[in-house]
Design a binder for this molecule. Sequence first.
Ligand code: IPD
Ligand code: CA
Ligand code: CA
Length: 272
Amino acid sequence: MAISGLVRVMERAARKAGTRLRRDFGEVEHLQVSRKGPADFVSKADRAAEQTIYEELRAARPDWGFLMEEGGVVEGDASKPRWIIDPLDGTTNFLHGIPHFAISIAVQEPALDGSGWGDVIAGLVYQPMTDESFWAEKTRGAWLQDRRLRVSARRNLEDAVVATGIPFLGYGDMGEWTRIYHEIGMRVAGIRRFGAASLDLAWVAAGRYDGFWESNLKPWDTAAGCLLVREAGGFVSDYRGRSQPICDATVLAANDAMHSKLHKLVATAIKA
Ligand code: IPD
Ligand code: CA
Ligand code: CA
C-alpha cells in the first residue's frame, strides 16, 4: 500500500518532534538524580514537541485547525479537517526515565451536516524510543511501517493479555475501575498498565494486547489509536457498548470475539 501524502506529513512532523524528545529523554535520565528533578524540563520538552508538530503541520496544510493538549483549539477553515495532537503521551513515564511514550496525531473531518466534527480519517502513533510508526487511514487499513496490522485472533479470555489505565492523582472513578478489574482480572492471562493510552490502543491494533479499557481519556489520547484498532479489524466502544467516533470518555477496545466477552464483564461491573 502506497503511503499517502497525508500520512507522510504526519510522519515527518512526528519524527522531527520525536528526535528532539529522544534527546530530551537522555537529559531526563541525568536530571533524575539532581535535587531540582526533571519536572520543569519535561513540561518544556512537552511544549517544544507540540510546537514542532504544530509548525510542520501548519506549513503542510495552512488552513486546517488544531485541537492540541497543550495549546488547546486553534480554529481553521471550518470546511476543512482539523489535527488532534498529543505531543507526549506517557508523560509520567518520560518524567521517570521509563522509555515508553508516544506522539499521537489524528485528522478529524468536519461533520457531514456541517454541525461540528465527524469521523477520524487518519491517525498516527509514533514511539520515538523504538522508532515504531503505527498509522491508519479510514478504509485503507492499519499499518506498522509497511506491515499490515491485524488485531489478535485469540478468542478465550484465559489466553488474553489486557491493558488498562488506572485512575491516579484523584482523576477518574477508582471504585468503578476496581469493580471492572475484579470482573476481568481473575479471568485473563494478564493485565498490563504501561501508561500511554495511545500506545495501548496501537498495541491492540498490532495484536500485542487482546483488549484495553480505560475511562476519563481525552480526544488526543484516543483519536489516532481508536482508528488504528478499527482499521486493524477490532471493535471500540464505550463501556455501554456504543461506538463513538473519537471514543474518548470511556474506551473498551478488542477483537470482536473478545470485545463481546469483555463487554459482558464490564456491564456486570458497572451495574454492581
Ligand atoms: C496519559 C496517558 C495515560 C493515561 C492517562 C493520560 P499524558 O496521557 O495516556 O496512560 O492513563 O489518562 O492522561 O498525560 O501522559 O499525555
Ligand atoms: Ca495523553
Ligand atoms: Ca500528553
